[in-house]
Ligand binder design. Sequence first.
Ligand SMILES: NC(=O)c1ccc[n+]([C@@H]2O[C@H](COP(=O)([O-])OP(=O)(O)OC[C@H]3O[C@@H](n4cnc5c(N)ncnc54)[C@H](OP(=O)(O)O)[C@@H]3O)[C@@H](O)[C@H]2O)c1
Length: 312
Amino acid sequence: MSNALWNHTTTSDEVAEALSSHIRGKTILVTGISPDGLGLDFCRAIAPHTPALLILAARNPSKISESLSYLSNLFPSLPLKTLVIDLTSPSSVRAAAEEINTSVGKIDVLVNNAAMHAHTLTRGENGIETSFATNHLGHFLFTNLLLNKGGAMEGGGRVVNVTSNSFRKGGIIWDDPNFLKTPFGEGWGAYSQSKTANVLFTTALAEKFGSRKVYSYSLHPGLINTAMAKKMDMDDYATKFNVTLHWKSFAQGTATHVVAAFDPAIEPQNGGFLTDCQIKPITGDEAAWATGSENWERLWKLSEELVGEEFS
Ligand SMILES: NC(=O)c1ccc[n+]([C@@H]2O[C@H](COP(=O)([O-])OP(=O)(O)OC[C@H]3O[C@@H](n4cnc5c(N)ncnc54)[C@H](OP(=O)(O)O)[C@@H]3O)[C@@H](O)[C@H]2O)c1
């Protein structure tokens, strides 16, 4: 259990200060780095605590370079590396993993933060629906290539999968995950499917690789007015799902990233889901589709089939 005083108002700066000794000396890779995003704010919060290396991964070279300048201006002596990765492209994911596995000795913490919400049905290079390809499948392949024998996480480490409370709105569409016949609507079903996959992938990593010292956590950051949130019609979401919107600042949003990435106190809850800086077990009553070995094993097999490679 993490610090019981941390909650929805706690900031990433406060958590990073408290966990400073666990950030020091670590090599951390974060996907989905861009200005106005949570990935970059997470980096900003941990940067003062002397990580060995921060690797900024994104698909858009101009956004990487803007993010790099932002961090270098704030922290001139911060060791930084950039990585281009397009999660919808298996060849890009494999090239990125190869670059890390050959050029970086060890990754201590991998934060799979990148995501998108597809508002219309589109498919990636591999023919897979874009939100599933980006939010789950690209991260599934990238993570496993780092965990493989000879990879930068072969010896273990933390894998943080940033999900969303949207996993509560629907699970994997087992008979049609690629929307060949299911109506796509405004993409909420596809987004929920991909975010359920983030939760199940997290449990699977803990179950399969916990004995190799792999610790994995999924998290909901809260609602923050990032580039992605600006593109989503959150009022429509609130009406459709009958929820009240509680906005957080960026630093409140990334506080849970810092707990999931560094807090040793949550190690006994390997595979757990966090929100507002605390582990919050998902019950079958809330979202049965995001729990249980039947679901995570089925997703693992489906993901292996779709990437064309088995991982154990
Ligand atoms: N903001 C919220 O209220 C909220 C709520 C719940 C969960 N989340 C989760 O928080 C995480 C961060 O989201 P955010 O709100 O910070 O949004 P964001 O600023 O849009 O960040 C998402 C990042 O993912 C990247 N990305 C999209 N498609 C990609 C691809 N094919 N390959 C590689 N990178 C790709 C984006 O790159 P581009 O900039 O090039 O598009 C961007 O850097 C996501 O997992 C999201 O689901 C956010």
